[in-house]
Design a protein around this ligand. Sequence first.
Ligand code: KG4
Length: 320
Amino acid sequence: MQQSLRKRKCLLAIETSCDDTSIAIINNDQLAANIVISSADEQTKYGGIVPELAARKHEDNIIKAFKLAQTKANIDINDIDMIAYTNYPGLRVSLNVGEIFAYTLCLLLKLEPIKINHIYAHIFSFWDFKSKINFPFISLIASGGTTSIFLVKSVKDIILLNETQDDAIGECYDKIARELDLGYPGGPKIDKLYDSKQTNINFLMQKNTHNDKSFSFSGLKTAVLNYINSSKMKKQNIDIVAIASSFQKIAINMLLEKLFFYTKQYQCQAISIGGGVAANSLLRQEIRHYFKNMDIYLPDIALCGDNAAMIAIYAYLITK
Ligand code: KG4
């Protein structure tokens, strides 16, 4: 009886692409649960992600995440009528755990799994089930694994415009933070230290990249690491706040320049960001300031990093 009264689908989503084990449930057109169990603490001692360790943690945590999500959403396993999971991109050994879990549940419930591209899910992680999306829009996805700009024409028509040729911006945050002994993940640590009045170290001979198609962070990362190492060798005082702030200012400006360029080039009236670096306070502040005449789609901070809610949201949108 309960079943037939239900308005819409009950969608379960699984995300295990990196070091976060996450299960989300959309029920009756709203996000009913989003459980994220991170293994970041374990990875801290290695200064970055160890794939085998991440995969083992997914195995340990996936049933726990599933049970917690089920309880939070207050659903019976038989209520689930759609299952989506991240199938690409990510660490192969980590993705495998989510894939096996998805296929096992599908076998049990006689369902077909929906394969979701993790990056496309980040693009729509801002969506709140209500607002109308103003297509086409430009989307920046910036995380530890990718820094890419897309032209989004519809939920299914997504064109990659540009991506970093080397390091992802989050990776630079993490490596610089490690060199400054700030721990992992480095992004939030550097972001917290940021002081707009201490951004005077010019690591790069900053060139104007407005019309420059190349997108690269390794030069900036190397310049900052060299600066730190040579200061250490010369036994000079290391001003962590000035280094962190100057790096962040330049890195975020590099992202903003690309956003200016592509929103103009494609005459878009809307912009979205996603991925772990989308939680960055300077990036969010500058986007709100410089793009105030456009529709700005910012995900909740909790939905910037890896999470299954965005997998569920994207699966919901493409099957609407
Ligand atoms: O999307 P995500 O959780 O995982 C993947 O990389 O797939 O992103 C993690 C990255 C890390 O590099 C982390 O340092 C960075 O996002 N990050 C930030 C902030 N919060 C997380 N970077 C800059 N500012 C932040 N507030």
